[in-house]
Ligand binder design. Structure first.
Ligand SMILES: *[C@@H]1O[C@H](CO)[C@@H](O)[C@H](O)[C@H]1NC(C)=O
Ligand SMILES: *[C@@H]1O[C@H](CO)[C@@H](O)[C@H](O)[C@H]1NC(C)=O
Ligand SMILES: *[C@@H]1O[C@H](CO)[C@@H](O)[C@H](O)[C@H]1NC(C)=O
Ligand SMILES: *[C@@H]1O[C@H](CO)[C@@H](O)[C@H](O)[C@H]1NC(C)=O
Length: 195
């Protein structure tokens, strides 16, 4: 009865964060290949899109929301760092003062890394338990969050917003980064290409 009521409420309101979250510590290393799904149900234009790679110079990869770039389901997390050897996710460059954000991209070079913890959360759409990457900080600076922002070519790029950021000259949408293991991600990508 209780869960029926819960389901009804979910249907009516579309509201989330009610699924039971296990109080378990998860090591910030995930060796099983995954894709990253971006979520913010308040912004349907970015909600449930995947993080894709986009070939840049010198072996670097830009990060864009699908359908831009190349679908990428073989990411891993190594000590809190998103990794696809030999490149890793870092935060540096293309700083813009209007929103006080900095670019997140992948490189072999030693720029300040983006660190994540692994945790659970509830899917904002279907309220199922999901594994998420919770942003821990940029290099040695803790806090802040990851957001996506409209860039040229109608693409959404990934940015870092520092802790206590009050600059709001440009919209950078704060997102949840959910883990999708390979099989699921491939299906999701096919669905996206279909429709
Ligand atoms: C990941 O997949 C891409 C595309 O299939 C491939 O080119 C690349 O070598 C793979 N990298 C790793 C580290 O698995
Ligand atoms: C969250 O739920 C929606 C709707 O069922 C689904 O499309 C999406 O892939 C789910 N995300 C994850 C990470 O499972
Ligand atoms: C911009 O970010 C820096 C940290 O990178 C912070 O010290 C500064 O207060 C921020 N500025 C605004 C206007 O939020
Ligand atoms: C969605 O994005 C807005 C704008 O960045 C942000 O204020 C809000 O916290 C985000 N919602 C979630 C659930 O992350």
């Amino acid at each position: 009865m209780f869960s029926l009521l819960g389901s009804l409420l979910l249907l009516v309101t579309g509201v989330t964060a009610v699924c039971p979250i296990p109080a378990i510590y998860i090591e910030p290393t995930i060796t099983r290949p995954f894709a990253i799904q971006v979520q913010n149900a308040s912004y349907p234009v970015v909600h449930n899109r995947l993080m894709n790679l986009w070939q840049a110079g010198g072996g670097d990869q830009h990060l864009y929301l699908s359908p831009a770039g190349t679908p990428t389901s073989n990411l891993t997390l190594v000590d809190g760092v998103i990794t696809r050897l030999p490149i890793r996710a870092v935060i540096n460059g293309e700083y813009t003062a209007t929103d006080n954000t900095t670019k997140l991209f992948m490189t072999q070079r030693g720029d300040p890394r983006a660190f994540f913890d692994v945790g659970y959360g509830c899917n904002q759409t279907d309220d199922k338990l999901q594994t998420e990457l919770h942003f821990r900080g940029r290099g040695t600076l803790p806090g802040g969050h990851i957001c996506v922002r409209l860039a040229s070519g109608n693409r959404y790029e990934f940015r870092y917003s520092p802790p206590g950021n009050t600059a709001s000259g440009r919209l950078c949408i704060k997102v949840t980064l959910a883990i999708m293991f390979q099989e699921t991600a491939v299906v999701e990508e096919a669905r996206e290409l279909d429709g």
